[in-house]
Design a protein around this ligand. Sequence first.
Ligand SMILES: [Zn+2]
Length: 274
Amino acid sequence: MERPRTVKIEVLEKNETNLRIIVKEADVPLMNALRRIALSEVPSMAIDEVVMIENSSILQDEIVAHRLGLTPLRTDLESYNLPEDCECQSEFGCPQCRVTLTLDAESKEGTRTIYSGELVSENPDIAPVSDKIPLIKLAKGQKLKLEAYARLGKGKNHAKWQPVAVCAYKYFPKIDVLREKCEDCQKCVDICPKKVLAIKDEKVDVRDLLACNLCMDCVDACPTEPKGIKVEWEKNAFIMNIESTGVLPPEKILQEATKTLDKQLKEFEEQLKV
Ligand SMILES: [Zn+2]
């Protein structure tokens, strides 16, 4: 009998916005489900409605609203509800499902760039991830005054709610230099776009295995027949890379994705019983 598998995770790199992990004992359907859920189902905050009070800039209201919508906002999933799940069921939202941000900018002298840092949020925890996102340029005398409402939403409805800039995985590479066949001609070392191979003590050596993207250029470049280098991939191991837009920490995005997958499977099970 096959022993039950348990997924093993090893962290390669982790910082505020990036997470790179090795996932072992997983398979493609699981990895792909998590990737797709991270992209389209994990909620994040984004501006969804703008009330323009004054706009004498050269950009139309719609363009300004669009730029505001695409400004990533730090998200707090515990304190806010998705509007469709909120008790208020109101079109306008309530303090549990909506955050108000205001902007009151004008240029008194010369041309001035208005940055995301000038948006004032009623909740300091829900604010642009960076102060340095240019929103608009105002010429002397132009004004922009508005009130914007941010809500939780999902990437499947609009890309502005997508919490990740990158969410991808690749197979875990396996490279063998076949000593008895390899002539150490260096052709494979020179052709590798990711600089995976190197010459060590006059022999071809694997320098950076994880950088390999299985392009097979090294195998094609090998002049010996049969080939002196073998590139394969592990069937049940993957390297996953998640880059957050800054709205949520990348590990939180992955945790939320697993929760969502769990919830969807439970719902499926319930429906089956019916
Ligand atoms: Zn509400």
